[in-house]
Design a protein around this ligand. Structure first.
Ligand code: GLP
Length: 259
C-alpha cells in the first residue's frame, strides 16, 4: 500500500484524476471500477474536463441501493449518469451498475460477478471509504472473501448518506447490492480517495490497524497494488505521515505528480 497525502481535497482529487487519465491513455480498453459519493464528484468533474477518450472503456460500479429505481435521482445509476457518463464518451452499453430493483437479488449478484469475469476483471478500481470503514457497502463483519450480494446498511452509513435524502437518515434505503470485499480485491489496481476530518478515524484503522472484517477497508492491506490518496484532514490520525511523504517525494513513479 502507498499513502499519498496532498495539502487539500482539491489536489487529492486532482492526483486521482491524473492517475485515472494515465491508465486510460495507456490502455484504451481499460476496465474501470467506479465509486459514488461526494468525494468522487470532484474527480469526475476533473475527468470530464480532461476530454479523455473513454470510447473503448468498460465500467463496473461498486454498488446500488436496493428498491431505488435507476431513474430515481437518489440511485447510484442516476448519480453516475449525472456526474460522469453523461459528460464523457463512454458507451452506455459498456457501463454497469448493479440492478437494485431486480426481483431476484441473488441472481442479479451472480449476473454482475459473471459480467466482471467476462470482461476479464477490473483493471483499476476507484474506492471511497465510509465513516464505519466500509468500501462499497461492505459494512462491518463483511467477510473478507465476500462476493457481490445484498447488505443491510449500518446506522452510521445511513446517517452519513442522509444529506442526499433531504437530511433524513430514515429515508436512506436499508439495504444495498454491493461488490464483495473479495470481488474488490481481485481488481488489478486499487485507488482509494478520502478527504475531510470525518474520515480520519476510519482511514487510520484501515491503513495502520489490524486487518479485520470490522473495518472492510483494512483488507486493502492485502492488495499488492493499492494507493490511498488523502488530504491533510483525512490523514490526520495516521502515525507514519513523515514516511509516507518521504516515499511520495522519492519514488520515481511519482515524478510529475508532486506539484
Ligand atoms: C457510499 C458508497 C461508498 C463510498 C461512500 C463515501 O457509502 N457506497 O462506496 O465510499 O459513500 O461517501 P462520501 O464520498 O460521500 O463520503
Amino acid at each position: 500500500m502507498e499513502v499519498i497525502i496532498r495539502p487539500d481535497a482539491d489536489s487529492a482529487a486532482m492526483l486521482v484524476a491524473r492517475l485515472v487519465a494515465a491508465r486510460v491513455r495507456a490502455k484504451p480498453d481499460l476496465v474501470l471500477g467506479l465509486a459514488t459519493g461526494r468525494t468522487m464528484e470532484r474527480v469526475y468533474d476533473l475527468l470530464a474536463a480532461m476530454e479523455l477518450d473513454f470510447s473503448g472503456c468498460r465500467s463496473f460500479n461498486l454498488d446500488e441501493y436496493i428498491g431505488v429505481p435507476a431513474e430515481d435521482e437518489h440511485s447510484y445509476c442516476h448519480y453516475m449518469n449525472k456526474h460522469l457518463f453523461g459528460r464523457i464518451n463512454i458507451k452506455r452499453s459498456n457501463t454497469h451498475v448493479p440492478d437494485g430493483m431486480a426481483p431476484d437479488l441473488g441472481a442479479e449478484a451472480a449476473r454482475y460477478e459473471r459480467l466482471i469475469r467476462e470482461a476479464e476483471g477490473i483493471d483499476l478500481q476507484l474506492l471511497g471509504i465510509g465513516e464505519d470503514g466500509h468500501i462499497g457497502f461492505n459494512e462491518p463483519l463483511s467477510a473478507l472473501m465476500s462476493r457481490t450480494r445484498a447488505k443491510a446498511l449500518t446506522a452510521t452509513t445511513r446517517q452519513q448518506n442522509a444529506a442526499m435524502f433531504g437530511g433524513d437518515a430514515d429515508r436512506v434505503p436499508a439495504r444495498a447490492l454491493t461488490m464483495g470485499v473479495g470481488t474488490i480485491l481481485e481488481a488489478r489496481e486499487l485507488l482509494l480517495l478520502a478527504t475531510g476530518m470525518a474520515k480520519a478515524a476510519s482511514l487510520a484503522k484501515a491503513v495502520e490497524g489490524p486487518i479485520t472484517a470490522m473495518v472492510s477497508a483494512s483488507a486493502l492491506q492485502l492488495h499488492p497494488r493499492c494507493k490511498v490518496v488523502l488530504d491533510r484532514n483525512a490523514a490526520s490520525a495516521l502515525t507514519q505521515r513523515d514516511y509516507y511523504d518521504w516515499v511520495f517525494n522519492n519514488e520515481p513513479e511519482w515524478e510529475g505528480y508532486r506539484e
